[in-house]
Design a protein around this ligand. Structure first.
Ligand code: SIN
Length: 286
């Protein structure tokens, strides 16, 4: 796609592109906003450097892609229910980091997030990158037989391992001293989504299961589901489907949660990392 008001540079062979020529703190022209949105749909995750955003500016920037929404279980920023601070402190060494397993955000909800805009306030001197995986490529590179099998399947998702009775954050365990995660019985709810969803804006199909929240296939046991789910997870994070974003303070990432998974790499013990996320309201996957 040709862009006239922004510069778009892919950072991986499959997904991910850096966008230059945009100050997200200011309102964009209609043309620029349209091109930023086009690049988001074309590359599934887009990155901006050297931004300076207060919470209101961050929410306005997020509205270029969708409508900000509050998410359950994680304490939000005071006065901004749609914003969460994701922090690992230097003294949190040895602890799990928020978002550290491959996942697609909030698939434990009936309407999982459309996407998120993540803004880096403070990053470690090295490490703390985020990985993004292309779930369109994952689906499109499966054999016709496997695609036909998956097209007819439904998966059961739950927040149980993160926010329910199986939570790794239960009783303050694992979580950063600066985050408040309220794991409770609501996290054990089960919801169903198609294993293959159609992107509502592009019409492309993609795989829609993830190791953090997908429990099993509908009408199958966890043990029966596990071999095929494990195969799909390993397939989806093949090197050629993944891009890696090295953060700097002031960097912004916006991912299309309808067709990607992501994972925050936990390799910076002893250093502080503080990123701020606005989550966007999604629709029911079909
Ligand atoms: C997340 O999963 O929302 C956090 C990603 C990150 O901290 O890089």
């Amino acid at each position: 796609m040709a862009y006239e008001t922004i510069q778009v540079t892919p950072i991986g062979g499959s997904i991910g592109a850096e966008i230059a020529g945009v100050d997200l703190a200011r309102p964009l022209s209609n043309r620029q906003a349209q091109e930023v949105h086009d690049a988001f749909l074309e590359h599934s995750v887009v990155f901006f450097r050297d931004q300076r955003l207060d919470p209101e500016q961050q929410k306005r920037a997020a509205r270029l892609f969708g409508e900000p929404v509050a998410i359950p279980f994680v304490k939000s920023l005071d006065g901004h229910p749609e914003i969460i601070d994701i922090v690992k402190e230097a003294e949190d060494a040895g602890k799990y980091n928020f978002g550290g397993n491959w996942h697609t955000d909030t698939t434990f909800l009936e309407t999982p997030a459309l996407g998120s805009l993540l803004y880096a306030l403070e990053v470690p001197p090295r490490g703390g990158d985020t990985l993004f995986a292309d779930l369109h490529a994952a689906y499109e590179t499966l054999s016709p037989g496997m695609r036909a099998l998956l097209d007819g399947l439904t998966a059961v998702h739950t927040g149980s391992r993160s926010y329910g009775s199986q939570s790794k954050f239960q009783g303050g365990k694992n979580q950063s001293v600066s985050m408040a995660i309220d794991a409770n019985a609501d996290g054990d709810r089960l919801v169903e989504h198609p294993v293959v969803r159609t992107h509502p804006e592009t019409g492309r199909k993609c795989l829609f299961v993830n190791p953090n929240y997908t429990l099993r296939f509908k009408d199958m046991t966890e043990a029966e589901s596990k071999p095929l789910l494990d195969f799909l997870y390993a397939h989806a994070i093949r090197d050629e489907f993944v891009c890696r974003f090295p953060w700097r303070a002031g960097s912004v990432a916006v991912w299309d949660n309808r067709c990607t998974m992501h994972r925050a790499v936990n390799d910076y013990d002893g250093h502080r990392r503080h990123v701020r996320r606005v989550t966007l309201q999604g629709d029911r996957p079909h």
